[in-house]
Design a protein around this ligand. Structure first.
Ligand code: TMP
Ligand code: MG
Length: 222
């Protein structure tokens, strides 16, 4: 990319279930892009420890704050407000890098909350989330969303093991709910198939991270 003020990095999002392996994939791809001399940055949502909204959401999913967790819209608002607060930070990362890789973004809110209400990717909740976050909060629309689509049982097992090894990652209400994880996986596939707010790419458990790195390099070459 050249040096014009209009140049902005590409916004790439990795989405998937709890325990899908998003973080590992992101770390690998970041390393490969850096080895190719790319300026890359990463940011994970929710921004725990940095956003009061993110922390409230995590606490609610562990039984605090009364009936907040029972409300689909209240939970979605907390996660959305975390991102709204991060808008300047995100803009700066995009200005300073060739690629910004996000671990979860707006589609997480669409997938989990549509799944909670038994809706699909083209339902009311997903539209409401998009209007709120891309519309009202003016969050940037991703250049690419990557669905890390691993078998639900594999993701659940990984989340379980993580919770046993690290008490800070003890399972929350969503992670304990197998049926919710199943429905969330289905909504994610629907979002990917419909290219919900930008192009999607589905990435399987056995796909080589290098193929994703190559795909991102292609986006940068455009
Ligand atoms: P985490 O597992 O990535 O820490 O996120 C906590 C849970 O919240 C996870 O089950 C996914 C869900 N979630 C949403 O429902 N909406 C969002 O916008 C985000 C970022 C996460
Ligand atoms: Mg989780």
């Amino acid at each position: 990319m050249g040096g014009s003020l209009l140049d902005m990095g590409a916004l790439v999002v990795v989405e998937g279930l709890d325990g899908a392996g998003k973080r590992t994939l992101i770390e690998t791809v970041l390393g490969q892009l850096r080895a190719h001399g790319r300026r890359v940055a990463t940011l994970a949502f929710p921004r725990y420890g940095r956003s009061v909204h993110a922390d409230l959401a995590a606490e609610a999913l562990r039984g605090r704050h009364g009936d907040v967790a029972a409300s689909v819209n209240a939970m979605a608002l907390l996660f959305a407000l975390d991102r709204a607060e991060a808008r300047d930070e995100l803009a700066k990362l995009l200005a300073d890098n060739d690629i910004v890789l996000l671990d979860r973004y707006v589609a997480s809110n669409a997938a989990y909350n549509a799944a909670r209400t038994g809706q699909s990717a083209d339902g009311e909740i997903a539209s409401w989330v998009a209007e709120l976050e891309f519309g009202r909060f003016e969050l940037p629309v991703p250049d690419l969303q990557v669905l890390l689509d691993v078998p639900v049982e594999l993701a659940a097992e990984r989340a379980r093991r993580r919770g046993e090894l690290d008490s800070a990652r003890a399972l929350d209400a969503y992670e304990r709910d197998e049926a919710l994880q199943q429905r969330t996986a289905a909504v994610y596939r629907g979002l990917a198939e419909s290219n919900w707010h930008g192009p999607w790419r589905v990435y399987g458990a056995h796909d080589d991270p290098a193929s994703l790195t190559a795909c991102l390099s292609e986006i940068l070459a455009r």
